[in-house]
Design a protein around this ligand. Structure first.
Ligand code: M6R
Length: 607
């Protein structure tokens, strides 16, 4: 959600910035802009809509400048217009800034500044630009520090000034910024993706830090200008991983990657002999784990549905009560958690604003907090400092797929580990781990059916409404399947626990309202079958996810997709995949913008 790219070095900045913005497209945006320092003047080009629109406007320009900043904007304050797009200027174009985040007190600041400057846009970011301008007395870094001291809100900020052709100022509070380090050049961006082609050495800015970046070095300080020493982190993502790899969409590529990245998630984390999981980076001793009275899982969207799967595993294996909550609810509901509570914060991006705030709330109450995070060095990962990376690699499509399976994998490993400290036997632990090791091959079995699933999806693409039903551990699978369909195809769909249908939703069922149901061979098989029959009796067309070889399931199916058998708690790792493919092929059939669905952003950094 909003992306920043900056460059200072010896190369032409323009192509690096344009490509960098394209690399950040997956975050979601509705306008883009660029500013290059050129012969003592800041050139600026902005455009509404896709980056291609910006590129067409740049067609006749070939700014050779070697310093520049750029931005993709996802509108919050003010509509989607060129005036509201970044960069914003101050001091008659001497200063340019790009800004992610929200300046909460922008109205009062604007009132003060309005006496001296004329505002062009409706944005809070332009207020920040003029605030910096109002403090400028020869040092851009000082002006930024003084302005930020007056600001309430969040920012990831880059600022440049025509009188400082050898400097970019970067600052961060609540909105991520990474500095890529190479010989005589620096890349600054909202995440590492735009710099992977040039360097894997990065420094993550932390909240409250200001970086003064020249071609030779970086000086990092706090708002009081006290020096801060920071290390360099080596990133192991390669650029190919961040590109489409021959697939039509990132989403399909990411679905297909699941067997491989699942192996990455569990590699080195299994102790088969002891029948347990080996998870480093914990902030809690084994004794404290044995004394836990409660587990809470906080997250949003798909990460929330992964958390719901985790609940079944924690309660069954560790026999510890587990609550799963949306981060946006948790943070405001005065949750009951204390030092005997273990809170898992689950997030692909590690930047979800609601989850960041929920983590802070959990910490404030004294709970042990662990992250289950994909993006290395992200805000949540660093704030928690304990937990596990899910190793799903860059997930570019807005719709989360491979991150989901790897989140579930990590939650299962955590549940096995806790279970083994209580009453799960070595043999049970071992059996679960052996089943986990078989998952990638079984995922491949499902992925091989992509063409059949595509053909089925075509038959369903014209329906306007869907139900997704599941029971037990497949209830969250139904919710996730429903979310996938609605977010990328824009078709209305509802996920329900099978047993709930008769309490109201059944009234909606008709020939026009198909039901997608998960009917795999587990303890709730017969119950689920009855629920499907109830829907069929009211005319619903049914698409059934069933266990390989289950002829009986065909009795209640108009269409059927088979998945390999696995242990019940592990079923979501397999059963979700046909639903991802189903949603994907329907969205393709309807000509939707699969990787960047309307109104959505990859990284939800506003509340
Ligand atoms: O980055 P996070 O995992 O914290 O993001 C949470 C949700 O915003 C995310 O899962 C969202 O629901 C996806 N669009 C689902 O596909």
């Amino acid at each position: 959600m909003c992306g920043i790219v900056g460059y200072i070095g010896n190369k032409q900045a323009l192509p690096i910035l344009v490509q960098g913005l394209r690399d950040l497209e997956y975050r979601g945006y509705d306008s883009a802009g660029i500013s290059i320092l050129e012969d003592g003047k800041l050139q600026r080009v902005r455009a509404v809509g896709k980056i291609d629109n910006l590129v067409s406007k740049l067609k006749d320009q070939n700014y050779p400048g070697t310093l520049g900043i750029s931005h993709t904007r996802w509108a919050t304050h003010g509509g989607v217009t060129e005036e509201n797009a970044h960069p914003h200027f101050a001091l008659d174009g001497k200063i340019a800034i790009v800004h992610n985040g929200i300046i909460e007190n922008y109205r009062e600041l604007k009132k003060k500044l309005e006496k001296k400057v004329k505002f062009i846009s409706q944005t809070d970011s332009e207020v920040l630009a003029h605030l910096i301008g109002s403090h400028y007395k020869g040092s851009l870094a000082d002006a930024v520090r003084q302005a930020l001291a007056e600001v309430r809100g969040t920012y990831g900020l880059l600022a440049v000034h025509t009188d400082h052709p050898d400097q970019i100022i970067a600052a961060r509070l609540g909105s991520p910024l990474v500095i890529g380090v190479a010989e005589g050049e620096y890349f600054i961006a909202s995440d590492v993706t735009p710099m992977l082609a040039y360097t894997k050495q990065v420094t993550f800015l932390d909240d409250g830090e200001v970086a003064e970046i020249s071609r030779e070095n970086v000086r990092i300080s706090n708002l009081k200008d006290e020096l801060i020493t920071k290390g360099i982190t080596q990133i192991d993502w390669d650029q190919a991983k961040a590109q489409k790899g021959g697939y039509e969409h990132f989403m399909l590529k990411e679905i297909m990657e699941q067997p491989t990245v699942f192996e990455d998630a569990i590699r080195g984390r299994i102790n088969m002999e002891e029948g347990t999981a080996v998870l480093g980076g914990l902030n809690i001793s084994e004794d404290q784990m044995r004394e836990l009275k409660r587990i809470m899982i906080i997250s949003g969207g798909t990460a929330y549905y992964a958390g719901l799967v985790g609940k079944y595993a924690f309660e069954r294996l560790a026999q510890i009560p587990c609550e799963v909550d949306f981060s946006s609810e948790f943070r405001y509901r005065d949750p009951i958690c204390d030092k005997k509570t273990l809170v898992y914060a689950v997030s692909q991006s590690g930047e979800t604003a609601d989850t960041i705030m929920a983590v802070r709330e959990a910490k404030r109450k004294g709970a042990h907090v662990r992250g289950i995070i994909n993006v290395v060095g992200s805000t949540i990962a660093r704030e928690i400092g304990a937990g596990s990376y899910i190793h799903a690699g860059p997930e570019m499509a807005v719709a989360s797929t491979k991150a989901y399976t790897n989140m579930v994998a990590l939650l299962l490993l955590n549940a096995i580990q806790l279970g083994r400290l209580k009453h799960v036997t070595q043999a049970t632990g071992k059996r679960m781990l052996e089943s986990l090791l078989q998952i990638p091959a079984k995922m491949n079995e499902i992925l091989k059916q992509a063409d059949e699933i595509k053909a089925i999806a075509k038959k369903y693409a014209q329906y306007k409404n869907f139900f997704f039903l599941g029971r037990g551990v497949n209830y969250p699978v139904a919710l996730e399947g429903s979310l996938k369909l609605k977010e990328i195809s824009y078709i209305h769909s509802e996920g329900y626990a099978g047993g709930e249908m008769k309490h109201g939703p059944l009234a909606l069922v008709s020939e026009e309202f198909p039901v997608v149901a998960i009917l795999t061979r587990n303890q709730l098989y017969e119950k689920m079958k009855s629920n499907i029959q109830e829907a069929r009796a009211r005319g619903a067309r049914t698409l059934i996810i069933a266990t390989e070889g289950d002829i009986e399931a065909a009795e209640v199916a108009d269409d059927i997709i088979f998945v390999p058998k696995t242990m019940e708690l592990l079923e979501p790792l397999l059963n979700t995949i046909p639903l991802q493919l189903f949603a994907y092929y329907i969205a393709v059939e309807l000509g939707r913008d699969v990787d960047r669905p309307r109104n959505l952003a990859k990284s939800v950094t506003v509340e």
